[in-house]
Design a protein around this ligand. Structure first.
Ligand code: GLY
Ligand code: MN
Ligand code: MN
Length: 487
């Protein structure tokens, strides 16, 4: 009898807390989020509060929304993966009307049986307490009447959300309503005429400038727990590159190659992509963020540029490999490829704490400009050109272009080094170079005196790529029947 009761209580509690038994167990721990909130609190100015809104649900069309993805700051500080929430982190302890002392409070979307039947389980206020450890957790319907006197703070820090606001709130507990309520409370000036227009001048303690930088100081330096997830995301993304190198054949489509990468990601339980996959054959590779991936048949003489990152428990890799479709680099392809590789390797030589992002970029630019001149593609090394139009490095983490300090490298930062050369059709050079686009992008953990090359498993050297492309692929046997209705 007693054990029956326990059994029933167990299932009731699963329901009450939003059943999570089907969730992977290696998400960031609640201790991680708690410690991060404390670290932010330590950085906040005296008598201040930091405000974070969950990401918006964005409508795709009619009844379909874009797949929801939490705002990285919100996720970093709470672990909460649902929309329609606002989190406050106070520098000092506050006292609630009932005398409770607290220094953080979150308002989350309420449990709702019908909504959960359609779109999935919600944690609700009690689930947030139990699973995420945020003890001051309330339904967002309580926010309006919850009395926080915003005028008493010297600073209210938040990042400006004006551009993020859709002007057709669906119900009174959604993000837009929360933002609107917050704006009313602080007299925030609204540029969007359809939102509340506050008659009073805004409070003079609003600070929309500093929170991004404070969060960058935290998020740019990865903890041990984060690094385990970054490493996993990178390993999975390398596996995608390796399987594609084996499976690549002329005649495949860009979309099919994208599919192989993404299948490998999912096979290894990556829940998402860190950014839309870039798979561009030939001159499509010259479009830096080419995500159409529409070319139906890649041809033997082209190279294909593949920039993809698996997202694993929120953390993304960012890896690019460029390979010859037929498995062998042509002399021109190889010359450009080796130039990009050299630029990357020169940057790797100076990659350690103290080096600046600027130095890394400059190093790659110098190598590439000299090489382009030696090949006769540009006339002088200081010629202005568009063959390498981007910087070479950025942080990765919860975002592919992650928030982090961008002055110099520090231990436990994770960055990319990603030089490239892109020569479009009709470029002002010999046409044997036309349509060649190469980017090589790797991920590096900055260590005490250098780096750990996290994405080294995916071959980068031309002979290693050519050797791998000769190996058979399990997908060689995966041939689907034609769907053409030919009689
Ligand atoms: N995948 C985007 C980038 O390399 O920055
Ligand atoms: Mn990148
Ligand atoms: Mn990339």
């Amino acid at each position: 009898m007693k054990s029956n009761l326990l059994f029933i209580l167990f299932f009731i509690s699963l329901y009450a807390f939003g059943q999570t038994t089907e969730m992977p167990s290696d998400f960031l721990s609640k201790d991680f989020h708690k410690e991060r909130r404390q670290k932010l609190r330590e950085k906040l100015p005296a008598n201040s509060v930091a405000v974070f809104f969950a990401n918006a649900v964005r409508n795709r069309a009619n009844d379909v929304d874009y797949v929801y993805h939490q705002d990285p700051n919100f996720y970093y500080l709470s672990g909460y993966k649902e929309p329609n929430a606002v989190l406050f982190i106070f520098k000092e302890k506050q006292t609630a009307a009932n005398g409770t002392k607290y220094d953080e409070i979150v308002f989350v979307q309420p449990r709702n049986e019908l909504a959960e039947m359609w779109t999935g389980r919600r944690l609700g206020e009690s689930g947030v307490k139990a699973q995420l450890g945020l003890e001051q957790s309330f339904n967002n319907t309580e926010f309006k009447k919850y009395n926080i006197d915003f005028s008493k703070f010297d600073q209210i820090l938040f990042t400006d959300f004006e551009n993020d606001v859709r002007n057709d709130p669906r119900d009174s507990s959604d993000l837009y309503d929360l933002i609107d309520q917050f704006k009313v409370k602080v007299n925030y000036p609204s540029k969007n005429k359809s939102l509340s227009v506050n008659p009073e001048p805004p409070m003079n303690n609003l600070n929309t400038k500093d929170l991004h930088g404070l969060m960058g100081m935290l998020r740019g330096i990865k903890t041990k727990e984060e690094l385990a997830l970054v490493r996993k995301a990178v390993s999975i993304s390398c596996a995608g590159q390796i399987e594609v190198m084996k499976a690549m054949k002329p005649g495949m489509s860009e979309r099919e190659i994208q599919g192989i990468h993404e299948f490998v990601f999912k096979k290894y339980q990556a829940e998402d992509l860190g950014y839309p996959s870039i798979v561009g054959a030939g001159h499509n590779g010259c479009i830096l963020h080419y995500i159409d991936n529409y070319k139906p048949e890649i041809t033997s003489k082209e190279m294909i540029l593949m920039d993809l990152g698996a997202e694993y428990r929120g953390y993304t890799a960012d890896i690019t490999r460029t390979i010859p479709v037929n498995g062998k680099f042509s002399p021109e392809q190889k010359q450009i490829y080796e130039l990009v590789l050299k630029a990357q390797e020169e940057a790797m030589k100076i990659c350690k704490p103290g080096a600046t992002f600027q130095q890394l970029t400059e190093t790659t630019k110098v190598v590439i400009n000299k090489g382009l001149k030696d090949l006769g593609i540009i006339k002088t090394e200081d010629e202005r050109h568009r063959y390498y139009p981007h910087g070479c490095c950025h942080h990765i983490g919860l975002d592919v272009h992650d928030n982090g300090q961008r002055d110099m490298l520090r231990e436990n930062m994770v960055i990319t080094i990603e030089p490239g050369i892109y020569i479009p059709e009709n470029a002002n050079c010999d046409k044997r170079w036309w349509g060649i686009a190469v980017r090589i992008e790797d991920d590096y953990l900055i260590t005490k005196d250098g780096y750990d090359h996290l994405s080294a498993a995916a071959p980068r050297k031309p002979d290693e790529i050519e050797a791998l492309m000769k190996l058979p692929s399990p997908l060689d046997a995966f041939v689907l029947p034609s769907l053409d209705n030919k009689k």
